[in-house]
Design a protein around this ligand. Structure first.
Ligand SMILES: [Zn+2]
Length: 569
């Protein structure tokens, strides 16, 4: 079905234009083109072939072979021969080729918009000039804003997700993002986060039946005044997160129960140095084996630990969690989660190898010196510099921080009479479980725990309050995922009766927003898609180097609806 191409096919509208010549101009192709031999009067619609005169239009068009293209288009002025028509002479219009007074073809304008939307000003400017159609960054951004301004108003949205986004990291300013949860697209961005502006937006966009939002606050308020008949739904993910946060705070209060004899772990699995999960093993005992086999052992342990994390990520995905939720649940970086989700097997060790010259690379040596009693930072620095360490004092301190912290915990533990009954070795080798880690493990369902994690959970459950909290989190989660309002009410009673201050505080918050929490049990909607769009927004802001103005940010966040005139035959 191959077709021979002639020059005509390269024109923006091959049905109305005729190619006269292609010449090589200065840094561009000059394409001379003639308009049609007849035209329709815009007033009466009569076809006329009586040419009065003609003139040239100059249009930028898509590049050819990396060079800019300038179209010289000869357009006619025509006489209207209809005796009853008021108009005597009219200019030819080529609506498929270019807008009335434009200096570019329509298809050129579309690419400019697309480029500005996808890349922003400066990067767009650089790429466009490389591709052979230089456009300034001002032009690119102006076009993007034009498209956003000329958007037709959004039609009625039934299910709306709303959340805040921060203007700049560390600053107090927030904006609001609104997402159509059925179509999963952004419908609007508001420059602030206030009940008043959300209320106003809802009044301008009637028809919203369900509003999904985070905890009780400005959106609850704006929602009930702006759309009083809409049902509000508290976001399940945030509710569970808030509960885990409450557990974490409670663990921090009861920190003395977070010291676990590492022997208990060693019995089941090889002692793992869980730097990644926030666990750190510390022992001031002298280490027996030769360094080479110790290094091997450590490598193996790290490998096991990595594989366990990898499997956890895969397990969470298998349960239907999305990447950002996994990031939140595990604390593993987004980049690594994305990478692991693409892989079938845990990637080999060498990708995690410490960078030569940095502290982790000298872990063994630092450990040896540390155990020899050289624990002063400056002295350690002098010693490992001799071995080739090229990092700073600060990064060495950062590397040592968990050791110091755990050391302090061990000393405290040694002082408690409870531990003194144990053998000396067991007392000295303690694992300090951070409240964050403890809360994460306590809220993780049993099938998702690795063998090592189960051991830690079993240990934590020996503290009655911890066991109660684990039960509360797991049952709360399953009630939210398809439970009944009645069981939610029973859960609340149980949580209040548990006598744990952290849980009581959580229930108080919950009760303030009871209607929306009940709806979270009944409704299927969640703010997952909103989170996704907030991440995209963050990327856009980063691209704009924090200089993002609201109008441009909004223009680039809203979906781009282009009616493409490209690829038409
Ligand atoms: Zn006419």
């Amino acid at each position: 079905m191959a077709e021979h191409v002639n020059g005509k096919h390269l024109l923006p509208d091959s049905s109305s234009l005729e190619l006269s010549s292609v010449k090589r101009g200065r840094g561009c192709w000059v394409v001379e083109v003639c308009g049609p031999h007849a035209a329709t009067c815009p007033d009466c619609g009569t076809l006329s072939s009586a040419r009065h005169s003609s003139y040239w239009r100059h249009l930028k068009d898509l590049p050819l072979q990396g060079r800019a293209v300038r179209i010289r288009l000869r357009v006619g002025r025509w006489r209207c021969r209809n005796p009853v028509c008021q108009r005597q002479i009219f200019c030819e219009r080529l609506p498929k080729v270019a807008h009335k007074h434009a200096q570019e073809t329509k298809r050129f304008g579309e690419i400019v918009q697309l480029m500005g939307y996808a890349l922003g000003g400066r990067p767009g400017e650089r790429l466009s000039s490389r591709l052979g159609f230089p456009v300034s960054d001002d032009t690119l951004l102006r076009r993007v804003k034009q498209v956003a301004r000329s958007r037709p108003p959004t039609k009625s949205i039934a299910v709306l997700g709303v959340d805040e986004w921060s203007w700049r990291k560390g600053y107090s300013g927030y904006g609001t993002i609104l997402v159509d949860l059925q179509k999963r697209v952004v419908v609007d961005l508001l420059p602030d986060e206030s009940a008043a502006s959300f209320e106003q937006w809802l009044q301008q966009h009637p028809g919203v039946k369900i509003i999904s939002r985070d905890r009780d606050g400005v959106y609850a308020e704006g929602g009930s005044s702006g759309a009083p008949r809409a049902r509000q739904v508290a976001d399940r993910f945030h509710l569970v997160q808030n509960l885990i946060k409450a557990v974490q705070e409670e663990l921090a209060h009861q920190r003395h129960h977070l010291l676990m004899p590492s022997q208990e772990l060693a019995a089941a699995t090889a002692t793992a140095e869980a730097t990644e999960t926030g666990l750190e093993v510390v022992s001031s005992q002298a280490r027996g084996p030769r360094p080479s086999s110790r290094q091997k052992e450590i490598r193996q342990q790290r490998r096991q630990q990595k594989v366990a994390l990898f499997e956890m990520v895969k397990g969470l995905r298998a349960q239907g969690m999305r990447a950002f939720e996994i990031v939140k649940a595990t604390g593993i970086s987004r980049g690594r989660v994305d990478k692991w989700l693409r892989l079938k097997e845990c990637p080999p060790q060498n990708q995690m190898a410490p960078r030569p010259g940095m502290a982790d690379y000298f872990r063994e040596d630092v450990r040896r010196l540390w155990e020899q009693g050289i624990q002063n930072g400056k002295k350690l620095l002098v010693e490992i510099r001799k071995l080739g360490y090229i990092g700073s004092y600060t990064s060495l301190m950062r590397f040592l921080a968990p050791w110091r912290e755990a050391q302090g915990a061990v000393e405290k533990a040694e002082a408690t009479p409870l531990q003194s009954a144990e053998t000396n070795a067991a007392v000295l080798a303690m694992r300090h479980i951070s409240p964050q880690e403890g809360a994460a493990l306590l809220s993780k369902p049993k099938p998702m725990l690795s063998e090592r994690q189960s051991k830690i959970v079993e240990f934590l459950k020996r503290t009655p309050d911890f066991a109660t909290m684990r039960h509360l989190v797991l049952s709360f989660r399953s009630i939210l995922l398809g439970g009944k309002v009645a069981s939610l009410k029973r859960w609340i009673e149980k949580a209040e009766a548990a006598g744990i201050e952290g849980m009581r505080r959580f229930v108080r918050q919950l009760k303030k927003d009871m209607k929306a929490v009940e709806n979270a049990v009944k409704e299927v909607w969640s703010n997952g898609p909103v989170e996704g769009h907030i991440n995209r927004l963050k990327t856009l802001k980063r691209q704009m180097y924090g200089r993002a103005k609201f109008e441009l940010l909004r223009a680039r966040t809203l979906p781009l609806a282009l009616k493409s005139s490209l690829h038409q035959t």
